[in-house]
Every structure is written in structure tokens, then in C-alpha cells.
Design a protein around this ligand. Structure first.
Ligand code: ADP
Length: 660
């Protein structure tokens, strides 16, 4: 029995583990970096230990600091969550050496499955079907080239030590292989300290179907059914469900049986996931994740099992409480990952969450953030998981859709509008899923932004006026001279109705909204506007076409109007802030996000053409190549390889060629 559990993670998974541990009467210890001293996971635990500065390499990946925290806090077990040290066999060994129970599989199983190449070899020996491919020791470009030719293009290069889609490259023709190998190797070496690669046949639009397995130390190995995680961008999951829609029973049974065989082949104990790609010809092993998955809640929803509670029990020698026949799959569950993310290129974004409301009921929300928290460059950009369950897929899906639509978040760019379109898409409702789904339906899922209508501008302007008045009243209440006209924002003028002018911008478009006081309401053209006084009071616009009520959130100069079709963000134009601003035309290239420069391809004096890679920035665990926006000459490179840069830093200067 575990008495005190140290949770070697952060964010939603640390909060989620704490919840199960507490329910079992286990004391919990959080670890945190300097950036996370006030984080939600710290608040969820009984005590907390600082383990280092913000960068993960100095904190959540610092095994020594975590083990020291366990010792100092009197913990007798460590749960690694997912990511960070969860699949690090040396960490599992170090925990054991320190007398701590590692809540995870035996270190040897982590080693066996941690290398995709070794896992392929072991699975081949265990008679598990693999995607045709090459996982040999010879890593020479010639050997990889010969293997790719043998397999037949298109091929997929993967980092043997890989995860999170890093080091993965699709290669369509032999001519593209060499540069893809170089960049995959570099990304793999930087991310995992191991540049070894393997090559697989790239299947066209397969499904990703994975099986949750669970073993105990007494010889029982169960499968807890499958999950379909085909809806992906950048080879990473965005929506998951259990069971996989539309699979024949015999195929489901074969998946479960194969996953159990795969797990047994490496002496697995604890929770794990065996991943397959599935096409019309069958299913093929791709990898095993030797930990809890992000998407485990959908399995919990359909089986009614608390997977973390089982992990904690099995880690201390407990027996699994069910037999395979007793594990039931009830109804259907879906999970959507809400992330700070660019809606067009799906790159992670950073920012501060200025406003956050989750749906009150109808869905499980696993999150590690609160309003006011930042999504920083140091960690994952996932904000929350929304999980809905129902007696059938259609019910679960409509519950999820409602949960997505009812989530309100402002202050940073998220994939929420994208998720909302995804869960309402008819092809998804039909269960017509495959890994190319987002690409195939991009037109519907990523529509060009619609022009913003008058009512939306009026709703935003009303909130600006009301909140300014609200703030002024609050200021007056606190001031020594409450009657001073300087505290009044009423817009009152002698012999005329009060008039407020608010200038708002949406992209290139800028509009002045004129609001006149009409009793307790405001009027803009033919719209009557009411509400919006307190931060949580929605604004209502009533006009001849009907009535529209929407929550409106102000943060700094940004106004977010939560329309039924998704949020619209407008900027309040403050004439006092009008200044400068034309720098871009001068050819400065700035960092799109904070990060580290890992490559510089040009020097001052170099002539470049539009699209030439100039430098590579590593940020949010990914490489971002900055390319020349126009033809021109590099006049200045401001940083060196290894430098850390802030968002918006001038990286280099480019003098556009004449005519550009
Ligand atoms: P990672 O560990 O980096 O996440 P995986 O091997 O799990 O990488 O693969 C991630 C995703 O890439 C899969 O879910 C699937 O969508 C896609 N994928 C993997 N292997 C193949 C393949 N051979 N053909 C087509 N798609 C694949």
C-alpha cells in the first residue's frame, strides 16, 4: 500500500493522478518548476517541492531533483504521468535504487518498447504483424536508401527513440530521401539524444487504433478494449474515442488478443497501450507506449475503471480485480484536446489565459490550468481534455459538441473553433475516420474567416463602454474624491444624449461604433444593446432581425465576443497608442515565439530568394524554419546558434531586392 505518492509531472495529468490518489487516502506530493509555483497541480496536492527553473530539462526532466524531492517529502512511490520521465528506464531504475515504488512497468519493458526499432524486432519475433519496413542497425544513408527502395515509396522515416511525432518525415520519392534523413536525424538527436532512424511503408490514410492493456505481477494480462485516435494533425492526436466506430466484432477481438500477446512478449506489468495502424488489408503494430496515455479517460468512461487506481494497486503487488470476461464496454466516449494552437498551421501558441469557463455538466473536464495562467514555451500547449460519454456514439458526440461549444476561453489563440467544426462534421458523425481526415475536410474544418457583422461590433463596443464605466465606478469608490468628473465615464454631455465612440479593428478592417444612451440601454444604428456590465454578464443586441446574446470578454486591448459559431476577437483601437508601426516593411524578421536558435543558414551579405531557409528556431518542442519572405540581401544577423530569443525579437534584417 502506498502512503505518500510523489507525482513527477505537471498540468492536467498531475491533477488527475492526485484525484485518484486522494480518493484512495494516499497523501500526494507535487513537484514544480519555478514557472509552476502557483500552478493548479500544486494546489491539488498535499505538499509541493520545487525541483528547478522553468525549462523542463532543468526541472521535470531532472531525475536527480525529483528523487531528492521524494526523499525529502517522505514519499514511498513515484507516478511519472505521461511525457517527461514516464518512459525513461534509467529513471525507473533510479526510483527502485532509492527504495521508491515506480508506478509503471518494469524498466526492461520500457527499454524494449522505448526503441521503436527494438520493439519492431521483438514484435516480429512474437508473430505480431508490422508495417513493412526497415529497423536495422546499419544507419548509413546508403543502407536507408536501399531499404526505402525495397519497401517502395512513399515511405515514412521515424526516429527510433521517437515520440510526439518528432523526427517523422513522409518521403514521396527517392530524390527527397537524403535531406529528409538529415533533418529527421537532427531533430531526433536534439529531442531524444539518439539520431537512429527506421523506415516504414507510408500507408495511405489508415486508421489509428490502439488497445489499452493492463497486466499485474501475477500473470494476468487484460485488454480494456480499443480506442480510435485517427483524427490527427502533425501525426498527433486531437480527438479520440472508445470503442473504435464501425469495427466488426472479430476484428476487435483480434486487436485485443494481439495487444495482449504483444504486452506479454515483453513481460509487461501495469497500464500500457499497443498502437496499430489499420487499413483495408488488416492491422499492423506501430509502437507500444509504456505508460498512461493522454486519452485514457475514454477507456475509463466506457469500462467504468479508474486506471490510475489500478496502476497504484498493481505497482505495489496488487492483483487485477477483474477477469477478461468481466471487463465490459458500455456505451461510447469521446475526448477532444483543447490546445493553445494556431488554427491554420496547427503550431503551438503561447499566451496568458485571461478568461476561462468550462461547461458545468455533461462532460468530464481534465485540466491543469486556471484563468490567469500562462501557456508558456516551456511545456505542452494542451489546456484541457473534454470527455463525453453516452449510451451510443451519437449521444456522446452531441454531448461533446455541446461541451466544446460551451467552453469559453480568451487571451490566447486556441483550437476550440476548429474542434467545434470537427465534432459537428457529418463525415465524423458517420464514423468515417482516418488519419487524413483533417486534410480531406480542410475546407469545412478550416474555413476562411467570415466578415464580422454590425451586431458583433456593437456587442463588443457595448462591453467596452460598460466595463469602462464599471471600472471607473470601482475607481471612484476607492478614490478620495468620488464625485470628481474624472471618474465618470458616462459620456454625459449638456443638452444631448450621452454618446460613446468606440473604434474596433478586426484584421484590416477598422470601424467606429457610435453608441447613444437610451435609458438604461445603448443604441447603435437600429440595434438596442443591453447588459454587459459585469465581466460575466453577456451583452444582448436586439434589432429587426431578432435578438443575439453573447458573452463578451475584455483583456487588455482585446475584446472576445463568444458567438454561437465561435469566438470573434476584435482589437480596441486606442488613439493614444497610435505610433510607429511600419517597421515590417523595413525587412525585420522577428521570432514568432520564444525559443532557441539551433541553426543559422545565412550571413550578412548573402543574397536570398523568397522561401530560402534563413534560420531554425526550436520552440515548444518543435523546429520552426524562418524563411525569406521576399528576394533580397541579408544585411544583419543578430543572434548566434544556441541563443535564446524572446517572442518578437528581431532575428535578422533583410533588404528587399528592388521591385519587391
Ligand atoms: P510517435 O511515437 O512519434 O507519436 P507513432 O509511430 O505513434 O509516432 O505514429 C504517429 C502517427 O503517425 C500514427 O498515429 C499514424 O497516424 C501515423 N503513422 C505512423 N506510422 C504510419 C505508417 N507506417 N503509415 C501511415 N501513417 C503512420
Amino acid at each position: 500500500m502506498i502512503r505518500t505518492l510523489l507525482i513527477a509531472n505537471r498540468g492536467e495529468i498531475a491533477c488527475r493522478i492526485a484525484r485518484s490518489a486522494k480518493a484512495l487516502g494516499i497523501r500526494t506530493v507535487a513537484v514544480h518548476s519555478d514557472a509552476d509555483a502557483g500552478a493548479l497541480h500544486v494546489a491539488h496536492c498535499d505538499r509541493a517541492c520545487r525541483i528547478g527553473p522553468a525549462p523542463a530539462s532543468d526541472s521535470y526532466l531532472n531525475a536527480g531533483a525529483i528523487i531528492e524531492a521524494a526523499r525529502a517529502s517522505g514519499a514511498d512511490a513515484v507516478h511519472p504521468g505521461y511525457g517527461f520521465l514516464a518512459e525513461n528506464a534509467e529513471f525507473a531504475d533510479a526510483c527502485a535504487d532509492a527504495g521508491l515504488t515506480f508506478v509503471g512497468p518494469p524498466a526492461q519493458a520500457i527499454r524494449d518498447m522505448g526503441s521503436k526499432a527494438r520493439a519492431r524486432a521483438l514484435m516480429e519475433a512474437a508473430g505480431v504483424a508490422l508495417v513493412p519496413g526497415y529497423h536495422g542497425e546499419d544507419q548509413d544513408a546508403a543502407a536507408l536508401g536501399a531499404a526505402a527502395a525495397r519497401i517502395g515509396y512513399p515511405v515514412l522515416i521515424k526516429a527510433s527513440a521517437g515520440g510526439g511525432g518528432r523526427g517523422m518525415r513522409i518521403v514521396a520519392t527517392a530524390g527527397e530521401l537524403a535531406p529528409a534523413i538529415d533533418s529527421a536525424r537532427r531533430e531526433a538527436a536534439a529531442a531524444f539524444g539518439d539520431g537512429r532512424l527506421l523506415i516504414e511503408k507510408y500507408l495511405s490514410r489508415p486508421r489509428h487504433v490502439e488497445v489499452q492493456v493492463f497486466g499485474d505481477g501475477h500473470g494476468t494480462m487484460l485488454h480494456l478494449f480499443e480506442r480510435d485516435c485517427s483524427i490527427q494533425r502533425r501525426h498527433q492526436k486531437v480527438l479520440e474515442e472508445a470503442p473504435a466506430p464501425g469495427l466488426p466484432d472479430d476484428l476487435r477481438a483480434a486487436l485485443g488478443e494481439t495487444a495482449v500477446r504483444a504486452a506479454r512478449a515483453v513481460g509487461y506489468v501495469g497500464a500500457g497501450t499497443v498502437e496499430f495502424v489499420l487499413d483495408a488489408d488488416g492491422f499492423y503494430f506501430i509502437e507500444m507506449n509504456t505508460r498512461l496515455q493522454v486519452e485514457h479517460p475514454v477507456t475509463e468512461a466506457v469500462t467504468g475503471i479508474d486506471l490510475v487506481a489500478w496502476q497504484l494497486d498493481v505497482a505495489t503487488g496488487g492483483r487485477l480485480p477483474l477477469t477478461q470476461d468481466q471487463v465490459r464496454c458500455r456505451g461510447h466516449a469521446l475526448e477532444a484536446r483543447l490546445c493553445a494552437e494556431d488554427p491554420v498551421d496547427f503550431q503551438p501558441r503561447t499566451g496568458r489565459i485571461s478568461y476561462l469557463r468550462f461547461p458545468g455538466d455533461g462532460a468530464r473536464v481534465d485540466t491543469g490550468v486556471r484563468e490567469g495562467d500562462a501557456v508558456s514555451v516551456h511545456y505542452d500547449a494542451m489546456i484541457a481534455k473534454l470527455v463525453a460519454h453516452g449510451p451510443d456514439r451519437a449521444t456522446a458526440l452531441s454531448r461533446l459538441a455541446r461541451a466544446v461549444e460551451q467552453t469559453r476561453i480568451a487571451g490566447l489563440v486556441t483550437n476550440q473553433p476548429f474542434l467545434a467544426r470537427l465534432v459537428r462534421h457529418p463525415a465524423f458523425a458517420r464514423g468515417d475516420v482516418h488519419t487524413g481526415f483533417i486534410e480531406e475536410h480542410a475546407d469545412a474544418l478550416l474555413p476562411a474567416p467570415l466578415p464580422v457583422d454590425d451586431a458583433t461590433f456593437a456587442l463588443a463596443a457595448t462591453a467596452v463602454v460598460r466595463r469602462r464605466a464599471h471600472a471607473a465606478r470601482a475607481g471612484a469608490a476607492a478614490a478620495t474624491d468620488p464625485g470628481s468628473p474624472w471618474h465618470s465615464c458616462s459620456g454625459w454631455r449638456l443638452n444631448a444624449p450621452a454618446v460613446h465612440r468606440v473604434t474596433l479593428a478586426h484584421g484590416e478592417e477598422q470601424r467606429e461604433v457610435v453608441l447613444e444612451a437610451a435609458g438604461r440601454d445603448l443604441v447603435a444604428a437600429d440595434l438596442c444593446l443591453s447588459g454587459g456590465v459585469g465581466p460575466d454578464e453577456p451583452v444582448t443586441a436586439a434589432g429587426k432581425d431578432g435578438t443575439l446574446t453573447a458573452p463578451v470578454v475584455l483583456s487588455g486591448q482585446e475584446v472576445t465576443v463568444f458567438l454561437p459559431d465561435g469566438p470573434v476577437v476584435l482589437a480596441v483601437h486606442d488613439p493614444l497608442e497610435e505610433a510607429g508601426g511600419d517597421e515590417e516593411a523595413a525587412g525585420h524578421l522577428t521570432a514568432p515565439m520564444p525559443g532557441r536558435i539551433i541553426e543559422i543558414h545565412v550571413a550578412a551579405g548573402d543574397d536570398v530568394v523568397r522561401g530560402t531557409p534563413l534560420l531554425v528556431l526550436e520552440a515548444m518542442k518543435m523546429e520552426h524554419t524562418i524563411t525569406a519572405p521576399v528576394d533580397g540581401t541579408v544585411t544583419c544577423v543578430r543572434y548566434a546558434v544556441g541563443d535564446l530569443v524572446e517572442e518578437g525579437s528581431d532575428l535578422l534584417e533583410l533588404e528587399p531586392a528592388r521591385g519587391e
